[in-house]
Design a protein around this ligand. Structure first.
Ligand SMILES: Cc1cc2nc3c(=O)[nH]c(=O)nc-3n(C[C@H](O)[C@H](O)[C@H](O)COP(=O)(O)OP(=O)(O)OC[C@H]3O[C@@H](n4cnc5c(N)ncnc54)[C@H](O)[C@@H]3O)c2cc1C
Length: 386
């Protein structure tokens, strides 16, 4: 069976659904394929920031309240089990279950007119012939293609020979812990430093469970599973029941050129995960929106979509460049020690980071704030040494 769609999107996560909702909402002939039947799960902490909320409401019309499982206004920061600092009454942090969230986004894309091909994987892509084949044998031709097929993207592999660079990708492990089996009531999310190298651990509260995880640069954390199990035992007094699951995630190493001609990469497929926090949902949705806008602009003029996408994409990657520089103040062991010394004394450091995630300050402001602190601390040390 052979079909044709003006725009074909591979992947029904936040990136693919955001693109599909935007395109179909403008009357563009749009189809979306996903290897999974929905609802499907995706390993994720499910943290949605205010930034996510702002981006979500630029694209989708329904209130996201039905798929927000838990809301918090504070964060606790730990180092090797010891509470270092906590923020209370900050801007809201939302927690969702990806099973429900992704289904909710996809449903809105379908309601807007997207043709879904679910439970059928892309297995072959002919970039020059602009055709692809699904596992079922269905062949689809297209004018534009959006690769929103996650970190193991077949579209990215077809374009560039590899989905991601093994040396710069991160790996994360998670376990869903039933609240009923834990002794204390966890109200606020927890961030745990000193567990993973170039990464951290987390306990994210949901209504009935706690999503506990650890993640860091894959190449620097060969013992991650053991470290995670030790963390779980320390945190809960025993190894909680359930299966520990793992998944790669991009971590700062985004695609400098996110596609070719009429083929665009979005979300994890383009490497768009924030290099410090690991936040990816917001940037997946935003890049999906940008890819759709670039296609809507290029299609009537018979042009390639990549230049228009790259202009918009740079707005995301400019911030990632700031964050990539900031990582050198946080993650290498020497600067991590300084950061961990500063954190308990600082009222502004964690608050500023939350303001950044809430879109209330820009990365450039945050960078200036940290540099100012670093210079102040060095000057103080120099005076002390003299
Ligand atoms: C452990 C972990 C915790 C995380 N926690 C957070 C968090 O708390 N907050 C946050 O913002 N981000 C978090 N992230 C990052 C976030 O999950 C991703 O950035 C986000 O899911 C990217 O969305 P996406 O649409 O690009 O890709 P995905 O959500 O991965 O969706 C890709 C889709 O493509 C489909 N697909 C793949 N291959 C094919 C194929 N060949 N054919 C058809 N379909 C295909 C898949 O089935 C999937 O539905 C976390 C990531 C990990 C691994």
């Amino acid at each position: 069976m052979k079909r044709h769609h003006k725009v074909l999107i591979v992947g029904g996560g936040p990136a693919g659904s955001a693109a599909a909702r935007t395109l179909a909402g403008q009357g563009m002939d749009t189809a979306l394929i996903d290897k999974a039947d929905f609802p499907r799960d995706k390993l994720c902490g499910g943290l949605l920031t205010q930034r996510s909320r702002n981006i979500y409401s630029r694209i989708f019309t329904d209130s996201w309240k039905p798929v927000v499982d838990y809301t918090a206004r504070g964060v606790k920061f730990f180092h090797q089990g010891k509470l270092l600092n906590e923020v209370e009454n900050a801007s809201e942090l939302f927690f969702t279950r990806r099973m429900a969230f992704d289904q909710f986004l996809l449903q809105q894309a379908v309601t807007a007119g997207t043709t879904p091909y679910l439970g059928d994987a892309l297995v072959d892509l002919d970039i020059h012939g602009k055709t692809c084949q699904l596992r079922s044998g269905t062949k689809i031709s297209f004018d534009f293609l959006i690769g929103a097929d996650g970190v193991n993207s077949l579209v990215a592999k077809s374009l560039f020979g590899r989905a991601f660079e093994p040396g710069t990708v991160a790996f994360a492990l998670e376990l869903e812990v039933e609240r009923a089996g834990t002794l204390e009531a966890v109200r606020d999310p927890e961030i745990h430093f000193g567990l993973a190298r170039w990464g951290y651990g987390w306990v994210f509260p949901k209504r009935d469970t706690l999503t506990v995880g650890i993640g860091g640069l894959h190449a620097r954390n060969p013992e991650l599973k053991q470290v995670f199990e030790d963390f779980l035992v320390t945190r809960f007094g025993r190894l909680p029941e359930g299966r520990i699951k793992g998944h790669h995630l991009p971590f700062g190493d985004y695609r400098k050129v996110p596609g070719r001609g009429g083929i665009l990469l979005c979300g994890d497929a383009a490497g768009l995960v924030e290099p410090i926090t690991g936040e990816g949902i917001a940037f997946a949705m935003l890049s999906g929106l940008y890819a759709a806008e670039a296609i809507l602009e290029a299609a009537p003029r018979g042009r390639e979509a990549l230049p228009g996408y790259q202009n918009r994409y740079r707005q995301i990657t400019r911030d990632f460049d700031h964050a990539n520089r900031l990582r050198w103040l946080l993650f290498p062991s020497a600067s991590e020690r300084l950061f961990l010394k500063a954190l308990p004394r600082s009222t502004t450091l964690p608050l500023k980071h939350l303001e950044l995630m809430a879109d209330q300050i820009q990365y450039s402001d945050y960078w200036r704030h940290l540099m100012f602190r670093a210079v102040k601390s060095l000057a103080r040390r120099a005076l002390f040494i003299k």
